[in-house]
Design a protein around this ligand. Structure first.
Ligand SMILES: [Zn+2]
Length: 148
């Protein structure tokens, strides 16, 4: 019986011989990612607060709304801008959360295309990067060619 369990456990370990960042590096990037997450969430909250204030202002009677629109057309642009920033910030949060998931999986810092380590200076700038610089450039080339 003991023999069987031993045999079953062993091959799995051999297959796991993929590249992995050392634990202290993973810990470092986890801290970087958590700090960025907190920043992004605080940023979204501040925009949400601004927007709910703006919504309250324009929810008055129609005449004052029309007046508002005619007089302060630039307000709409500002609103659109903050919606776009909100969108990209939400996307960033999604990517940061995925990066945290990869840290707990132990696959963090490995290029999803070629399986090599992602350059550390790249991770310092984009801690949620999923591929190395070479693969990113290759993919962008492909995208550009497909567009034509
Ligand atoms: Zn790569």
């Amino acid at each position: 019986m003991d023999n069987l369990i031993f045999k079953r456990a062993k091959p799995k370990e051999n297959k796991m011989a993929t590249k992995k960042l050392p634990p202290e590096k993973l810990k470092h990037y986890e801290e970087v990612i958590r700090a960025e997450l907190e920043e992004s969430i605080a940023y979204i909250e501040s925009i949400n607060k601004e927007q709910s204030l703006g919504a309250r202002e324009s929810s008055g009677d129609l005449s004052s709304y029309a007046f508002h629109q005619a007089d302060q057309g630039s307000d709409t642009n500002l609103m659109e801008q903050s919606v776009m920033m909100l969108e990209s910030e939400r996307e960033k949060i999604r990517q940061l959360n995925e990066a945290l998931q990869r840290i707990s999986d132990g696959t963090y810092g490995i290029c999803e295309f070629c399986g090599e380590f992602i350059q550390e200076n790249r991770l310092e700038i984009i801690p949620y990067a999923t591929c190395c610089v070479a693969c990113k450039e290759k993919n962008e080339d492909k995208k550009r060619r497909q567009k034509r």
